[in-house]
Every structure is written in C-alpha cells, then in structure tokens.
Design a protein around this ligand. Structure first.
Ligand SMILES: *Cc1c(COP(=O)(O)O)cnc(C)c1O
Length: 229
C-alpha cells in the first residue's frame, strides 16, 4: 500500500468516526482530496485507491493536471480565490467551484460554461471570521449573493463554503462552522434549497462534521505537508 492510499484510508476512518460521534450518516459526508501543489502522479495514486473528487486552487496548475489525467474519470473542484479574467478554463474544465464571493465571478462562469456540460455546481464562500480573513463575502451579503447566483442559467447553487481562520481552540472552529450552518439553515427557511456545507480541512474535519459539513476538503492528511501554500 502506498502512503497516499494508507492516508486516504485513515482520513476516511476519521470521517466515519466523526459521523458516528455526531449521529450522522457517513454517506452524507464526501471527501474532497485537495491536490494543489502535488503532481499528477500523486493524484493518479489517490485515484487508484478509489478517490474521484479533487480540489485545486491554481488555474494553470489545475488545467495542466486535469489534461494529464484525462484518461481517468475524475471530478475537479476549484476551491481557491479566482480572478475574473481567469474564469474561462474553470468554466470549461471543472465540475464545481466552491469560492464564489462576488456576482461578477458567477456571471462570467455561467456565461462561459460550455453548452454540452451539466451546470457548474457552485458554493458561495462566506467569511465567517470577520477581520481575521479576507476571502469570501460577508454573512450580511450572502443572502442577496445567493439569490442572484441561484438565478443564473448555467450554474447550480449547492450551498456555502468557509475557511475559518486557523484556531488554537476547537471551540472557536466549532463556532465558525456553526455560524455557516446557521446561515445555510436561515437561507433554506427563506426558500432556498442548499444541500451543501463545504467546510473542514485536515486539522478540523471532526469539528466541521459535528457542525454539519457535507464536503470536507483535505490536503495535508492525504498527500503530506506542502512545500508552498
Ligand atoms: C489547501 C486548502 C485545503 C486543504 O487544507 P489542508 O490543511 O492541507 O487539509 C482546503 N481548502 C482550501 C480552500 C484550501 O486552499
């Protein structure tokens, strides 16, 4: 067994244990393997162990990797900050975008989504850490942004995503994840149908699952420590 396949098994065991502790069905939490900075060969090893969904942060790197792995049936998720002038390759090559933080980005992705592909699945990224983080819209902006994104023809709004500031204490992480969950619940009570909470990474996936995460985004615990961000 390669270390990647052993690591994948270990992460899946953590997910199953966290679901048991939370009284949740492990079938409702999916694992996104974050492969940013790792070569296509590492992704191939993870795919050989049965992993299909991979998350990437950098457009050029991701597009090159997807092309090198085109023989595999993989699902690519864009999870990093996205510049408006780099949306086209993302609209063409990805299945999901988790980092929608402004309407202009969503409009361009919808316009550029090729006609033959299913709608691009998207999450609105919310800054649940206030001053401590710059990425994502504010919780106050989220309802209007969600409504506008949900109305775009070639996107399917699935839910919310957050990257809380690194917390020393579990209690802080849990509060941030709880805030995102509460926001999603409020939007659904107001008539939206958001089934996805993309939250939790290598260090805090248990807290995220406890708070209701449906996608955890895990890099380091699968591929090892990155040399760069
Ligand atoms: C890098 C990254 C991850 C994975 O983080 P790890 O701590 O390596 O698990 C998850 N989400 C986003 C948005 C990232 O940029």
């Amino acid at each position: 067994m390669t270390s990647i396949s052993a690591n994948l098994q270990a992460v899946k065991s953590r997910i199953v244990a966290a679901c048991a502790a939370a009284g949740r069905d492990p079938g409702r939490v999916s694992l996104l393997a974050v492969s940013k900075t790792w070569p296509a060969d590492a992704v191939r090893l993870a795919a050989q162990s049965g992993q299909r969904a991979f998350g990437e942060n950098y457009v050029q790197e991701a597009v090159a990797k997807a092309a090198a792995l085109a023989d595999l049936d993989l699902e690519w998720h864009f999870i990093g900050p996205l510049q408006s002038n780099k949306t086209r390759p993302v609209a063409e090559a990805f299945a999901w975008v988790h980092s929608i933080d402004r309407l202009k980005l969503a409009e361009r992705l919808s316009m550029q989504r090729p006609a033959g592909l299913p709608p691009l699945q998207v999450c609105v990224q919310v800054n649940v850490s206030g001053e401590a983080s710059k990425s994502g819209c504010t919780a106050e902006q989220a309802p209007d942004l969600c409504r506008a994104v949900a109305a775009l023809p070639n996107l399917k709004l699935r839910g919310l995503m957050a990257i809380p500031e690194p917390a020393q204490e579990s209690a802080v992480a849990r509060r941030r994840f709880g805030d995102l969950r509460a926001l999603r619940d409020r939007l659904n009570e107001a008539g939206m149908q958001l089934d996805t909470l993309s939250m939790g990474m290598s260090d805090d996936l248990e807290d995220a699952i406890m708070a209701g995460a449906t996608i955890v985004r895990v890099g380091t615990a699968i591929f090892g420590a990155r040399a760069r961000a």
